[in-house]
Design a protein around this ligand. Structure first.
Ligand SMILES: [Zn+2]
Length: 529
């Protein structure tokens, strides 16, 4: 049943082959000029039109239409016979499923037999990389001195497994994954022909899930149509694909807007309980955020097919998230899929990515100094930035050690990344050293979640070790929530008098590319929060 629609709407002409114009144009031009090769290799992902194109080519070289440019015409006896699957001169075999390996070898050895009714005897060998060595040898022998009336078309998803000696005798064509919008167009075309209807978003989801494979997309459509019903909806597609409903994604992005990693982690737990595939969830989340980004940048008109209710949610979320945050989140979450492929625990990878995205954005937002352009900000363009800085009076402490730690803070975080302690790495990403007093380093955290993570005894021990290594002496680490932090609250033993940390804060800020750029353009720093 699921194959029926695919067969029915299989492309019958070169023009109908979707998304492989680079192949079909070349083939058509060659045929028009009478240039016919003895062996073709069609390589590329599954479901991208290789065997359909092979059949079209078989028809084209044999079609009886007098004008080569009109072949295949799909109306002459030869074309009709191919379309009905009864042309004896078209031999199709699947090297992967063929029961007898010897059978294929024998077939290849017998190719000298002249075609029965057509001009050429065409052998289409699907999954050609699965041929036995004996079969490849027979093929090679034939290709070394090909009988004039024989054409081989090898189709494969793994061309690197075909012997070089065979490859070098084939004209090679590489098929590509089909773009999602081309798949959507084709599905819409099929629906129109069938007198059925679907939400645009439903078709987009099918195309997205098919990953460039038209056969999968059409089979899925077939399955959905067999359910009956007025119109294929996004919800139906989601349920057939085991996808996370859009409403769940929306709730998730709301937690992201609230910069609430705890809430996001809780939702991940809930998804696991429901048996959701987290990898698929990550992909969907990326896609959802992409939509938010599109709406953020281009307005809701960018997604005209979105149901009004969902568009309203996206619009609200787009207003609450900056493009920079969205780009960052999309990049980071996109990387989760590849991390997972490399064997990392998917839950861990996802949670880290989420915490990182949220923490990084908070840090960025809070560190970004207010910059005003000189022209609008005042009359004293010669004023140096430092003079404009107002900073609270700092407590006494080991300023030199603090400065060193601040300079190397990224390396501290990097250490945990390199040692695959991603949770600590992520948590430290939302922390910064604020004080070094005697043998104690004080860190402030932007959120309780990260603080709790580092506070765990085994984690704290590691953080202390790494910091001690960086500073070249043994240190203890005390953690505070940034909002609650009072400088010098834990110790009153005055250490070395420190220069105002505003200086180092200042240099930190000045190192920021964005700020440098702004200063270059005449901006000046008026305050550092
Ligand atoms: Zn024909």
């Amino acid at each position: 049943m699921a194959q029926a629609l695919y067969r029915k709407y299989r492309s019958q002409t070169f023009e109908e082959v979707i998304g492989q114009e680079h192949v079909t144009t070349t083939l058509r031009n060659a045929l028009r000029e009478g240039r016919i090769a003895h062996a073709y290799l069609f390589s590329g992902p599954r479901g991208t039109g290789k065997t359909s194109t092979a059949r079209i080519l078989a028809k084209a070289v044999n079609c009886l239409h007098p004008d080569p440019a009109q072949r295949p015409d799909n109306s002459c006896p030869i074309c009709v016979a191919v379309n009905e699957g009864r042309l004896v001169d078209l031999v199709e075999m699947d090297a992967a499923s063929h029961t007898s390996v010897d059978h294929i070898r024998e077939l290849i050895e017998r190719v000298s037999v002249a075609p029965a009714e057509a001009r050429y005897k065409v052998y289409v060998i699907d999954e050609a990389h699965m041929l036995s060595n004996a079969a490849f040898n027979a093929l090679l022998k034939t290709l070394e001195e090909p009988p004039p009336h024989v054409i081989f078309i090898l189709a494969t998803t793994e061309p690197h497994k075909i012997p070089e000696t065979v490859l070098s005798r084939c004209q090679r064509f590489d098929f590509r994954r089909i773009a999602a919008h081309r798949i959507v167009e084709h599905l819409a075309h099929i629906l129109a022909q069938e007198g059925r209807d679907a939400e645009r978003a439903a078709l987009e989801h099918i195309a997205f899930a098919a990953e460039g494979c038209m056969r999968d997309a059409v089979s899925l459509l077939d399955q959905l149509l067999s359910f009956g019903g007025e119109r294929i909806t996004l919800e139906q597609v989601e349920s057939v694909l085991g996808m996370v409903p859009a409403a769940t994604l929306a709730r998730f992005v709301d937690a992201m807007m609230a910069r609430d990693p705890g809430q996001m982690i809780a939702q991940v737990q809930e998804l696991i309980t429901q048996g959701t595939d987290l990898r698929q969830f990550s992909q969907q989340l990326v896609r959802y955020l992409r939509d938010v980004l599109l709406v953020r940048v281009g307005g809701r008109e960018v997604l005209p097919d979105l149901p009004a209710e969902r568009a309203a949610v996206l619009e609200r979320q787009a207003q609450g998230l900056s493009p920079a945050f969205l780009v960052q989140a999309i990049k980071r979450l996109n990387a989760v899929a590849s991390e997972v492929r490399s064997g990392v625990d998917v839950q861990l990878a996802l949670e880290l990515a989420l915490v990182e995205v949220v923490s990084a954005s908070r840090t960025a937002e809070e560190q970004q100094p207010a910059v005003a352009s000189a022209s609008s900000a005042g009359q004293a363009p010669a004023e140096t930035p430092a003079e404009a800085v107002t900073a609270p009076t700092p407590p006494a402490g080991d300023a030199e050690a603090l400065e060193r730690l601040r300079r190397q803070w990224k390396q501290v975080i990097q250490w945990f990344r390199e040692h695959r302690r991603f949770k600590i790495q992520a948590a430290l990403g939302s922390a910064r050293p604020v004080q070094v007093m005697g043998d104690q380093v004080e860190l402030v955290f932007k959120n309780q979640f990260s603080l709790d993570m580092v506070q765990r005894p085994e984690n704290l021990r590691q953080v202390e070790l790494v910091i001690s290594q960086v500073l070249g002496s043994t240190y203890k680490v005390a953690c505070f929530l940034e909002a609650d932090y009072q400088p010098g609250q834990t110790t009153s033993t005055g250490a070395t008098a420190a220069p105002p940390p505003s200086k180092s804060r200042m240099s930190e800020v000045l190192e920021d590319d964005l700020v440098q750029e702004a200063v270059k353009r005449g901006g000046r720093i008026i305050n550092i929060q």
